[in-house]
Design a protein around this ligand. Sequence first.
Ligand SMILES: NC(=O)C1=CN([C@@H]2O[C@H](COP(=O)(O)OP(=O)(O)OC[C@H]3O[C@@H](n4cnc5c(N)ncnc54)[C@H](OP(=O)(O)O)[C@@H]3O)[C@@H](O)[C@H]2O)C=CC1
Ligand SMILES: CC(=O)N[C@@H](CCC(=O)OP(=O)(O)O)C(=O)O
Length: 353
Amino acid sequence: MRMTFSVAVTGASGYAGGEFLRLALQHPELEIGALTANASAGTTLGEHHPHLRALAPRVIEPTDAARLAEHDVIVLALPHGTSGPIAGQLPDNAIVVDLGADHRLESAADWTTYYGGDHPGTWAYGLPELIRAAGDRQRERLAEARRIAVPGCNVTAVTLGIQPGVAAGIIDPSDLVAVLSVGYSGAGKSLRQNLLASEALSSAAPYAVGGTHRHIPEIGQNLRAAGAGDVRLSFTPVLVPMSRGILATTTARLAPGLKGVDAAELRAAWVDAYCEERFVEVLPEGQWPTTAMVQGSNTALVQVAYDATAGRIVAVSAIDNLVKGTAGGAIQSLNLALGLPEHLGLPVNGVAP
Ligand SMILES: NC(=O)C1=CN([C@@H]2O[C@H](COP(=O)(O)OP(=O)(O)OC[C@H]3O[C@@H](n4cnc5c(N)ncnc54)[C@H](OP(=O)(O)O)[C@@H]3O)[C@@H](O)[C@H]2O)C=CC1
Ligand SMILES: CC(=O)N[C@@H](CCC(=O)OP(=O)(O)O)C(=O)O
């Protein structure tokens, strides 16, 4: 029996909300309902997302919990700290998907340290491919969920890149270094960085350097789920001149006691972890992911090697921050919660050039 589910999107004028709408338009079982936001209320969606032709005349409404509550699914694509208060006014039987950070962390102390204020709470974590050493599967949690917290985009890239090595006991999670090349759309439409094209187009710019990035505790949470004890991560994102994409290079020392690792065994750990995954692919030996290979798709590409000179594993992963890193990951988790096939409406193939 086919079922169609109505979806309201709040934060519809932003990048994450817009990308959710782009994917929802191609989803056979989702029907787009209310579109709400804040300052842009009263304008048309076409003024903000001229690429979404089918929705261009739709008028953005002010955000009102009672209006959102008329839908089966409510997507919160809001700045962090904003979704918590709205979520509290939504009915229990609606499925609420938060694309922001408010409900991702299990530790209230981590929330206060990295975001400030009171912790809004913890929801089912929207990364179906998360490895859980305890044996339970993330997919089962999501299938029962009515509240879903979609991961941070950088978190998705690093977690998918390195978690097989943690789960297989090959790497030492207390000595991780991640350096990420990230596209500007990750910052959202509001100008948090200096986005003058004349400056951005000719520069690579690190930010949140020195252990301050808010995604650090979330990555630690994921790797502990995969079996890590003490997680120590040096994390440095670098803005590069592209609108979408994340390329995460994560290196790790070998687990204590391991003197070296055979290249075939190393790759086998990653291939085994993802062999049944539709949206995570370990590339053939010798091929390395690029952001161009995943643009517009819900695919994460991963490759791994051992640097014998440095004594470190090198894992490289690429995602489109707005698709697998946000809206695509959200629909994948939402499909599970709705009892639909996990892949429904989601592109494995990207766009090029
Ligand atoms: N961009 C990305 O790659 C990713 C983003 N995310 C998360 O998704 C969320 C949205 O990010 P993004 O789309 O990039 O940000 P944008 O700045 O592009 O959009 C923010 C949206 O939130 C709306 N908004 C702001 N304040 C309120 C409010 N008080 N009530 C209702 N609506 C409000 C804005 O409306 P208006 O225009 O009317 O002010 C706008 O639609 C954030 O939490 C972000 O961290 C997560 C992963 C990746
Ligand atoms: C380029 C840029 O600024 N990217 C954002 C990632 C966006 C994201 O994942 O945001 P939330 O975790 O806050 O939802 C950042 O690094 O913070």
